[in-house]
Design a protein around this ligand. Structure first.
Ligand code: PMP
Length: 390
């Protein structure tokens, strides 16, 4: 997971690739590039078994009851759009409520805005409180509208704050609604147990989980996946096709139209194997120590404004900030010259930028692969930024 001696602090954009992922992908393309689910010959059967084994491993990883709860998608964005347009549009009528938050990544915001426009449902939005956390009293108030859909991220990709999904799910279910969780940012940093959280749908991407790009997961409760309509149609997902009508396979296959991203699924399996062998609690503790160190060092930078809660640990693995009136793009560009890679911009969270009264921020996002020395190099770079821009 080496990056030419660069200090990589943009793990929220994508995480480095886990060992073995590339060799698994290479072996598939070099030695056994066959399609899945179709061939009667031995190698096709073998690759199909490996492909389906990843579904089982993934179910185990998030404690889904059955492999059938796991739909392979192209990423979190794809998964969320599938729920929005395959499930929610069927459910919602004018006057119904969808609840989301101002913290959402565009992929868990724009699709709900579109669904609201299409169905006549209203989109209720929870904002931040004065301490930079999601406003729990506004959340409780809006939950009293009995939203049919609550679409919420487990962890913010800008502030790193974590939402109390388990208690939100209980309230949503008590009021007869469904909860859709965007776990794209949470999954590499928190244990995610879909049965304990009792979520209806959960979406994430493989590339943020040390796997390849172009592959993701939608978890759904089986009865809900059964009710959900496919949004893509074609080969593989059908049961019977006549000139006048088509019947579909059961979930999850009815959602996986066409040749799937076989290499991506096998690569994701290798990433899961790698993570499953780690002491996850230990990795998480390491990230917490690093984020606290990062927070305390950033606080010492003159004129630095750190966004979100004042408590370092609340940021989990992500801290966003600005310094004086320096443009975040300038800060990131200068940091790159000092070997430090961070992201600057709106981070696909424009409503949150509006809430924070800024157009863009510098974001530092950590993984367990980072070290205190990486943070020292960032701070060294930030001092140079001040020399150059002031
Ligand atoms: N939600 C959150 C919280 C994210 O951080 C991201 C990725 N930055 C996404 C959704 C979208 O993931 P992808 O682009 O891989 O579909």
């Amino acid at each position: 997971m080496d990056k030419d001696n660069k200090v990589y602090l943009d793990n929220a954009a994508t995480a480095p690739i886990a060992p073995n992922v590339i060799s698994v992908i290479e072996n598939y393309y070099k030695d056994c590039k066959v399609n899945v689910h179709r061939g009667m010959y031995n190698s096709a059967q073998l690759v199909t078994d490996q492909f389906e084994l990843v579904r089982s491993k993934m179910a185990k990883f998030i404690n889904a009851p059955e492999p059938e709860n796991i739909v392979f998608t192209s990423g979190a964005t794809d998964s969320l759009n599938m729920v929005a347009f395959g499930f929610a549009t069927k459910l919602l009528n004018p006057g119904d409520h969808i609840l989301t938050t101002v913290l959402e990544h565009h992929s868990n915001f724009v699709c709900w805005q579109q669904v609201a426009n299409q169905t006549g449902a209203s989109l209720d939005i929870v904002h931040l409180d004065n301490n930079g956390y999601l406003d729990q009293s506004e959340l409780s108030k809006l939950l009293k509208n009995h939203p049919k859909i609550v679409a919420i991220s487990m962890m913010s990709n800008v502030l790193g704050t974590v939402q109390p999904i388990k208690s939100i799910s209980k309230t949503v279910h008590d009021a007869g609604g469904y909860i859709v969780v965007d776990a794209a940012q949470a999954i590499p940093h928190l244990p995610v147990d879909v049965q304990d959280l009792d979520v209806d749908f959960l979406a994430f991407s493989g590339h943020k989980l040390y796997g390849p790009t172009g592959i993701g997961v939608l978890y759904g409760k089986l009865d809900l996946l059964t009710q959900m309509n496919p949004v893509r149609f074609g080969g593989e997902m059908i049961d019977n096709v006549t000139e006048t009508e088509t019947t579909f396979q059961p979930a999850p296959i009815k959602f996986e139209a066409g040749t799937p991203n076989i290499a991506g699924v096998l690569g994701l399996g290798a990433a899961i194997d790698y993570l499953s062998k780690q002491d996850f609690d230990n990795l998480i503790s390491k990230e917490r120590r690093l984020v606290c160190y990062l927070f305390s060092e950033l606080e010492k930078i003159p004129n630095a404004k750190l966004y979100g809660p004042k408590e370092a640990y609340a940021h989990t693995s992500v801290i966003s900030f600005n310094i004086a009136n320096y443009h975040p793009h300038d800060v990131a560009t200068i940091l790159d010259n000092y070997g430090v890679e961070v992201r600057a911009g709106h981070h696909c969270a424009m409503p949150l930028m509006q809430e924070l009264h800024t157009e863009s921020v510098v974001r530092v996002s950590l993984s367990f692969l980072n070290t205190e020395e990486d943070i020292d190099q960032l701070i060294f770079g930030l001092k140079k930024v001040a020399d150059i821009l002031s």
